[in-house]
Design a protein around this ligand. Structure first.
Ligand code: FE2
Ligand code: FE2
Length: 146
């Protein structure tokens, strides 16, 4: 949906499919950063549309990508499955909460977009680089035994 962006080496887990999916999220983050930097060049309506697109993308991403990881974990009998699944559920809940809070407090759309960009950035640092890394490490360990 967003222009392809090469995933920086720092963010790669060296799992082909998962890295491709994470690159889609990274592309969305770069798209948000661009919108935030060019703040003055868009009117409110355009920002609102961009924000709705981002939210739609994130919901779809969460559905497809989390399903992919959870299926992989089940297949591997990964003992971390339940914990990881809870973290995935929290992503969507926290995203919705952020959006609702913004609307309730009448924050402008650019502020909400900025908060969502920060939320996704933190997800990269906390979830992808730490929790998702464990899934990949676990699978690698399994395949090294066979
Ligand atoms: Fe992931
Ligand atoms: Fe994950």
């Amino acid at each position: 949906m967003y222009d392809h962006v090469e995933l920086p080496a720092l963010y790669r887990l060296n799992h082909e499919k998962i890295d491709i999916q994470h690159a889609q999220l990274f592309a969305c983050l770069m798209h948000m950063n661009k919108l935030i930097k060019n703040d003055d060049k868009k009117n409110n309506k355009q920002i609102e549309e961009a924000l709705n697109d981002v939210l739609r993308f994130l919901r779809g991403y969460a559905q497809n990508h989390f399903h992919y990881e959870e299926t992989m974990m089940k297949k591997n009998h990964d003992p971390n499955f339940e914990h990881h699944q809870k973290l995935h559920a929290a992503f969507l809940n926290d995203l919705i909460a952020l959006q609702l809070k913004g609307t309730k407090e009448h924050k402008n759309k650019m502020t909400i977009l900025t908060e969502i960009a920060l939320f996704v950035k933190n997800w990269y640092l906390n979830h992808i680089l730490q929790e998702d890394k464990k899934i990949v490490d676990f699978e690698n360990k399994l395949s090294s035994k066979t």
